[in-house]
Write a protein that binds this ligand. Sequence first.
Ligand SMILES: *Cc1c(COP(=O)(O)O)cnc(C)c1O
Length: 366
Amino acid sequence: MLQIKDQLKQLKPYQPGKPIEEVKKEYQLDKIVKLASNENPFGCSTHAKEAIQAELEHLAIYPDGYSAELRSELAAFLQVNEKQLIFGNGSDELVQIIARAFLDQHTNTVIPSPSFPQYRHNAVIEHAEIREVPLLDGGAHDLKGMLAAIDENTKVVWVCNPNNPTGNHLSESELVSFLDQVPAHVLVVLDEAYFEYVRAEDFPDSLSLLNSYQNVIVLRTFSKAYGLAALRVGYGIASEELITAIEPAREPFNTSRIAQAAARAAIKDQDFIQSCRQKNEAGLKQYQAFADRFGLFIYPSQTNFVLIDFQRDADELFNALLKKGYIVRSGKALGFPTSLRITVGTKEQNEEILTTLANLLEGIRA
Ligand SMILES: *Cc1c(COP(=O)(O)O)cnc(C)c1O
């Protein structure tokens, strides 16, 4: 009998959303709008596409395992030291590397809940004790509760800022007061996957906090605002000592040549990011106006998605939208059974889905 790690038996493989082609066939639709995975509806920079094209000449050659060029360009862009960076096959892989480097059966980890599921998933695989701390009403991290959950066996505390799936953020003063109270033996992971979309002026300048807190790592990604989700490239920023310590847990060729080339080009095209930020902000306003009109609670979002509480079964609403050709995320599986998480799309996509939702809601009322 094969004897797989016990803790794996309680995990389900990642459930991908229904493939677009399948939904089309099932409901006889010609068009599907997918606003489910917080992908960039405007794609990626054309410079990134050109860089990918050029890289196709070199596919027989292994990538640079140190990502030297991407590293030095990103370090210059972020104004950090090159040795303060680690690259991952998406920031997902950095979550895995951190869990692998810090957690085992003698340790525990503190996780806000609901939040990004990969923190828990990887901690379970490493057999760590999971200490989930519920979000406060309104979706903010319960930082007091998280501090109270920390003890001498706590190795990692996860902070998702802005939080997925609620979209709201912690301010610099909240975060600093938290970091001041976290013991030095505990790693604080600041997952900033939506950093490029943030508008709030009180959002933490996490990179300068790294100078004062040696126990912090910031995670960012090229998957969201940069529009390169398919290529899988994310990065961590921390003190040189911390990065050097976790590097052995990284696979040597974990980011591809194509991903490195595309990321380099994408960083240089900040106009693209600015334009996506502006369009996203306008899109958020479309959703806010809709929520106001129907008296629905919308979590205050600093991201490219919204979580709206419809006060009714999320799966039913999800299915009604699916039949009309809109794929969103039901809050059921995310810990918000009466809410939908919808990625902010193009202006037209937002208009369409909101009209469809308005009709559904009016139909229900009538
Ligand atoms: C999307 C997302 C990630 C993962 O992004 P990668 O594609 O793996 O870089 C990490 N954290 C949060 C909160 C996310 O929403």
